[in-house]
Design a binder for this molecule. Structure first.
Ligand code: ATP
Ligand code: MG
Length: 436
């Protein structure tokens, strides 16, 4: 029977040849987040559906169209479409907000959204995200933006623009909603069906609609920046000052409202035009009302999430450097059972010291073993046969230059190998100096 089951639409495999790219993003994001005082948090892949209804918002695309919800016995769960709701839920449930503030967490996780799959838009995708809870100050906003900026820079990415906006607080938004309702009312019949509902419940969501006609109608809509209360306006002005102080370039883009309901005041996106229509590599903002909405004490907070697949698309496009994948340090080519046994023992020992050692497990002849060693790019090879076992000496060959050195097959093998290994690295450095 032939097996012909493919992975679901909108999902991706990361095969070994590409996994170093993921490791690069994971390492850089973690290292930089930790240097800003963030600690990792891990949450379940699914949560009670109500969590996302309450936080992401009932009139958002995510909740209305994109959630994967499963009914299991008498409960209903949803595969997380994003990380913030779960992270805040976990912070509340584990009492983190009663500890020293601000609380700073980061995560790397998979998200699930039922969208039309295309480049940079998947049904299972991955986010690196951070959340910072407890600070009202615009300094926290600039800190979070500066963290995202540092990551993008360290990844080696260029030509990314930072757009910032303020979408105010519930106070200023009430007036703004009225203005939007008045504006959209006259063309109500042309709006998509979802947005006709949004006009009543949450007119700001219309500005975030993906439908062409809604976007067209929304072009001349009133902008929230004209409706900010004094506090929100001051907050925004101070954020701009801090960004300038950090030499972070930005553009104010009053059209950015973000796809999730929980945002207040600052919202921002890092956008590129180099990977097609799905150019937002990072999106975030402040959500001062969310923690209270989820049953905690009023605690201002903010965060962002980066789409890892989009970052990698851009890194590939811009030929960014990745961490070098680990390669075989030493391969034992063996002739006969006794030699193979010796190779197994030496390999186990070398691995204990962190070296990457391999020997033949395919029952191949010597020639085929050497071919394999070449294929996997082994740095050194050692041929072991009866003669070597008898004499207790073998030749270790450096594979790029073909240089051979004598090596003892005794208890000190790791030490001797280390010596050869580092001499070789030093000679490579010498060579490059000579070449320069
Ligand atoms: P978009 O407007 O592109 O749909 P969004 O506003 O829905 O994005 P967020 O919820 O803010 O996205 O998620 C944060 C980041 O996660 C995005 O900036 C993007 O990089 C990434 N992302 C979101 N949805 C997807 C997806 N379906 N596939 C791949 N990456 C995604
Ligand atoms: Mg979306």
């Amino acid at each position: 029977m032939s097996m012909n089951i493919k992975r679901p639409n909108g999902t991706e495999d990361v095969i070994p040849k590409n996994v170093h790219k993921w490791h690069t993003v994971e390492k850089i994001t973690k290292d930089i987040a930790e240097s800003y005082g963030f600690c990792e948090i891990r949450m379940p892949t699914f949560e009670n559906t109500e969590l996302f209804m309450r936080s992401v918002g009932e009139t958002t695309d995510v909740v209305q169209k994109e959630m994967y919800t499963v009914k299991a016995k008498e409960s209903e769960f949803t595969l997380r479409p994003e990380g913030t709701a779960g992270a805040i839920r976990a912070m509340l449930q584990n009492g983190l907000l009663n500890e020293a503030l601000p609380q700073r967490v980061y995560y790397i996780l998979s998200c699930f959204r039922h969208e039309r799959p295309q480049a940079g838009r998947l049904r299972e995708f991955h986010q690196f995200g951070i959340e910072m809870a407890g600070s009202l100050s615009p300094l926290a906003d600039s800190e979070v933006i500066s963290l995202a900026n540092a990551i993008l820079k360290r990844l080696g990415l260029k030509n990314i623009e930072l757009y910032i906006n303020s979408i105010g607080c519930p106070n200023c938004r009430a007036k703004y909603h009225e203005a939007l309702r008045t504006y959209f009312e006259s063309r109500k019949d042309e709006l998509c069906e979802t947005c006709q509902g949004r006009l009543v419940k949450n007119p700001m969501r219309i500005l975030d609609c993906k439908s062409k006609i809604c976007q067209e109608i929304g072009k001349d809509a009133p902008v929230i920046l004209d409706y900010l209360c004094e506090e929100c306006r001051n907050h925004f002005e101070n954020l701009k000052k801090h960004l300038t102080n950090l030499s972070i370039e930005y553009k104010v883009n009053p059209k950015i409202v973000r796809g999730l309901d929980y945002y207040t005041k600052t919202v921002f996106e890092f956008v590129t035009t180099e990977i097609g229509a799905q150019g937002t590599v990072c999106g975030g903002g402040r959500y001062d009302g969310l923690i209270e909405e989820l049953g905690g004490q009023h605690t201002p907070a903010l965060g962002f999430a980066m789409g890892i697949e989009r970052l990698l698309l851009l890194m590939d496009k811009q030929n960014c450097d990745y961490l070098v994948p680990k390669k075989c340090d030493i391969y034992f080519a063996t002739i006969g059972d006794a030699a193979l046994e010796k190779a197994v023992k030496l390999s186990v020992n070398l691995r204990e010291y962190g070296y990457f050692a391999e020997y033949d497990v395919m029952n191949r002849g010597l020639k085929a073993q050497m071919k394999y060693a070449n294929k996997i790019g082994a740095a050194f090879t050692v041929v072991l046969g009866d003669n070597e076992l008898k004499s207790g000496n073998a030749k270790i060959k450096e594979m790029t230059k073909g240089e051979e050195t004598e090596i003892r097959l005794n208890d000190k093998f790791v030490d001797s190998f280390e010596e050869v290994y580092f001499n070789n690295i030093l000679s490579v450095i010498d060579d490059t100096e000579v070449n320069e």
